[in-house]
Design a binder for this molecule. Structure first.
Ligand SMILES: [Zn+2]
Length: 272
């Protein structure tokens, strides 16, 4: 599933391709996405210009003259700008024709993603508030983070995955961040020492920054907004490396199940 670095890469790719462009026409497939595209939205966006392309957590925000579009890539979503002459791949569910001969396409094999329209930015912010979406990892306040960990009996893996605590981290970057911080994923939040909470806060930023520089991880269907893949999958240090030697100490990487998810760590570098 695309996480913060993948969504950030899509946003950075789309920005120069979309800003200043106007929507001309919309083509909708018969199969609905998680949020069904409403025919009533079409007249609201045709002729509208794109002013802003942003990310919040794992969400993509496209600000038009009036309405805002909110996009989630779900498990297998691809949100790309392609020349109209490029053939449309199967599972392309929404096509927004642009005024420059390109098309903004939403493709999603498993259809867990969504594209929805909101009347303005504050309607969008209300959605984030209703979901209690937590702060961005790059803006994580040290005291807030320390208190969030102290307040939970859940383990670190579960806490990192909780979008209300910190937005944008998913299974891959939770495992990679805990390895970076040398913390065992099953440690209970409330028992983490202050200095380790601080190490983890910095580790999250380090890992996400590195992943953004590599254009995210292309496992399954993920591609950036220009259709180019990411390279971070070649540099995972624990995720998906069960039984392979730790890059620090050569101990085989172990996989366990935590918070309902596959969790990878080095038993020597990340002691309980
Ligand atoms: Zn190790």
């Amino acid at each position: 599933m695309p996480e913060l670095p993948e969504v950030e890469t899509v946003v950075r790719d789309l920005r120069p391709l979309l800003i200043g462009r106007a929507f001309a026409k919309i083509v909708v497939s018969r199969k609905p996405l998680r949020t069904k595209w409403s025919r009533a939205w079409e007249p609201q966006i045709v002729g509208q210009c794109v002013n802003v392309v942003q990310r919040r957590g794992k969400w993509i925000l496209v600000g038009l003259d009036e309405p805002w579009m909110l996009v989630h890539l779900g498990m297998t979503g691809q949100f790309t700008v392609r020349p109209a002459s490029d053939s449309r791949l199967p599972h392309t569910h929404l096509v927004f024709t642009l005024d420059d001969g390109n098309e903004l396409r939403y493709r999603d094999v498993r259809r867990f993603g969504s594209v929805a329209l909101y009347s303005n930015r504050s309607a969008l912010d209300a959605v984030f508030r209703a979901n209690r979406l937590g702060p961005e990892p790059f803006e994580l306040d040290a005291q807030y983070w320390r208190e969030s960990l102290l307040a939970t009996r859940r383990n670190l893996k579960a806490t990192l995955l909780d979008q209300t605590v910190v937005a944008g981290v998913g299974n891959i970057y939770a495992d990679e961040s805990l390895f970076e911080a040398r913390l065992h994923p099953a440690i209970v939040g409330a028992s983490v020492k202050s200095k380790h909470a601080e190490t983890l806060r910095h580790a999250i930023v380090t890992v996400l920054t590195r992943a953004i520089e590599r254009r995210g991880s292309s496992i399954r269907d993920y591609v950036g907004g220009s259709g180019r893949k990411g390279q971070m999958q070649d540099e995972f240090r624990v995720y998906g490396r069960t039984g392979e030697p730790c890059v620090r100490c050569r101990t085989p990487i172990v996989r366990i199940r935590l918070a309902g998810r596959s969790t990878h760590f080095c038993p020597r570098c990340q002691p309980v």
